[in-house]
Design a protein around this ligand. Structure first.
Ligand SMILES: Cc1cc2nc3c(=O)[nH]c(=O)nc-3n(C[C@H](O)[C@H](O)[C@H](O)COP(=O)(O)OP(=O)(O)OC[C@H]3O[C@@H](n4cnc5c(N)ncnc54)[C@H](O)[C@@H]3O)c2cc1C
Length: 224
């Protein structure tokens, strides 16, 4: 009875040293502070985390752990015999919860090839599968990276680094000559579409890792 006062959806909260995910689960709520250890010290991150937990009214929590994770995609996710699935194939960061969806795509593509393509095509199919999966990861990566492009209301070293140093490398990082796929031009096309005064109905289903509606939400704000 009465209004629900607790959040029932996942939140991504910008903080001076990065951002915090808050995921309400059945029995508990999961909090995680994503930061860059080359920019912020653990002590200052923990202090800010404590402030956020206090603001959220969290008084009890399990022991904290600090997890390190790399950002990468393997150039050879599939070698024709062995497939690198999930974190073995690549990982970005949790902002858009892309890991399971990328792993599903890896499993789906490789099974599709193994079940439906004759073995004699394998030599040619393997690079195509790898290119497809790298493209899939990089299109998602560009969308996730774009979240950082304008920094945040916090004028802090983390956000300045994200806006002024990290994001500006996106074109060279996904240069087709270096990565062998067209993720960058797909991303550019999506940006072109959301900047157009009217989006033709035939383009409504276009995607670049994420659907056009997600691009619109990101660029114009939720509900705009
Ligand atoms: C708090 C949290 C929230 C998340 N939320 C989301 C989300 O909303 N959406 C999303 O898409 N992703 C999310 N992720 C990420 C996602 O859960 C992981 O990327 C995904 O589980 C990776 O799957 P994996 O099979 O590659 O690795 P894992 O799930 O880590 O599986 C690897 C397995 O290998 C085992 N193992 C390791 N070494 C050995 C060894 N030497 N011998 C035998 N076994 C070994 C491990 O015990 C483990 O069981 C979240 C992650 C965390 C931590």
């Amino acid at each position: 009875d009465g209004p629900v006062l607790k959040h029932t959806y996942t939140r991504a909260i910008a903080r001076p040293h990065g951002w915090v995910f808050v995921i309400p689960l059945t029995a508990h709520t999961s909090y995680g502070y994503i930061f860059n250890r080359d920019i912020s010290g653990l002590e200052e991150v923990e202090k800010d985390f404590d402030e956020l937990l206090a603001q959220d009214g969290v008084t009890e929590f399990e022991k904290r752990a600090v997890l390190r994770f790399p950002n990468f995609v393997h150039r050879r996710i599939y070698d024709g015999a062995v497939a690198r699935i999930g974190n073995a194939g690549g990982f970005m960061e949790p902002l858009e919860a892309t890991a399971i969806r990328l792993a599903e795509m890896q499993v789906g593509m490789i099974l599709q090839m193994r079940f439906n393509r004759p073995a004699e095509y394998q030599e040619n199919d393997v690079p195509v599968v790898n290119r497809f999966l790298i493209n899939d990861t990089l299109t998602c990566g560009l969308f996730v990276g774009w979240h950082y492009s304008c920094g945040s209301r916090y004028d802090s070293p983390f956000w300045r680094h994200a806006r002024d140093r990290a994001w500006p490398t996106y074109r060279s990082a996904t240069d087709p000559a270096a990565v062998g796929c067209a993720a960058l031009s797909k991303f550019d096309e999506m940006i072109g579409l959301i900047n157009a005064p009217v989006i033709d109905q035939s383009d409504w289903d276009r995607r670049c890792g994420f659907p056009l509606t997600s691009f619109a939400q990101m660029s114009q704000g939720l509900g705009a």
